[in-house]
Write a protein that binds this ligand. Structure first.
Ligand code: B16
Ligand code: MG
Length: 223
């Protein structure tokens, strides 16, 4: 393994739930409608605009382009309010040790988050220094589940995707890693992340040696 490609929300920190709370509040305020929990899975790892499209389609709502932009901007304001107190205390268990061990083994590290708030959140978590590259999700043609963001992350590290592992908590993200031909590490439930090469219930279980073994096993199976 030469590279580690990280998703952010739900992997480095538990901000995934704030996204859905913000969507729920927005839809309640503007349309007096409730969002079912099933939409949380559908919007995880998916860009702000694609998430809003999925929500409006589910609710059978049609809005003008200007209303769409207004809703997306307001959701981001609500979401950012919930990040006000975010700090290094909010890094998920095991993540700082894993990043330090990757560095110690000269494994390069990139951020492959769909979030435009990625650099801001990394700074609040005080994790920026661990990252050799941060992909700007607005510069990739197709969002997750397309492979683009993981291909761009590997290329920003000057590595082949197959030399990298990717860490994800979302169905769309695992699909993106798999189609980029990197090794996919899922964090979450087996029900949701069936397609991951290897699944861990919690970030606490992510240990450098185990991840290296997972990469080796997939690499050897291919050759
Ligand atoms: P923003 P990830 C994703 O982050 C979230 O999972 C998803 O719920 C969100 O819609 C997307 O970022 C865009 O975020 O509105 O902050 O640009 O999981 O890819 O790190
Ligand atoms: Mg995520």
């Amino acid at each position: 393994m030469k590279g580690a490609l990280f998703d952010l929300d739900g992997v480095l920190t538990d901000t995934a739930r704030y996204h859905f709370t913000a969507w729920k509040a927005l839809i309640q305020k503007h349309f007096q409608l409730e969002l079912p929990a099933s939409l949380e899975t559908q919007t995880k790892g998916v860009s702000r605009q694609d998430s809003l499209r999925a929500i409006l389609t589910y609710l059978n709502l049609d809005v003008s382009a200007s209303k769409f932009a207004e809703l997306a901007a307001e959701k981001n304001e609500l979401y950012k309010e919930s990040l006000a107190t975010l700090s290094s205390q909010d890094i998920l268990p095991g993540i700082t040790n894993l990043l330090a061990d990757l560095k110690a083994h000269q494994v390069k590290v990139a951020l492959a988050s769909a979030s435009q708030n990625g650099p801001f959140i990394l700074a609040k978590l005080q994790l920026t220094a661990y990252f050799d590259a941060i992909v700007d999700p607005t510069k990739v043609a197709h969002g997750k589940p397309a492979p683009d963001i993981y291909l761009t992350a590997a290329s920003a590290l000057d590595l082949a995707p197959s030399d990298c592992v990717g860490f994800e908590d979302a169905v769309a993200g695992i699909a993106a890693i798999n189609s980029a031909t990197a090794v996919s590490i899922g964090i979450g439930s087996a029900n949701e992340l069936k397609q991951a090469d290897k699944l861990f219930a919690s970030t606490q279980d992510l240990k450098y040696d185990l991840i290296e073994q997972v990469w080796q096993a997939k690499h050897l199976a291919k050759n």
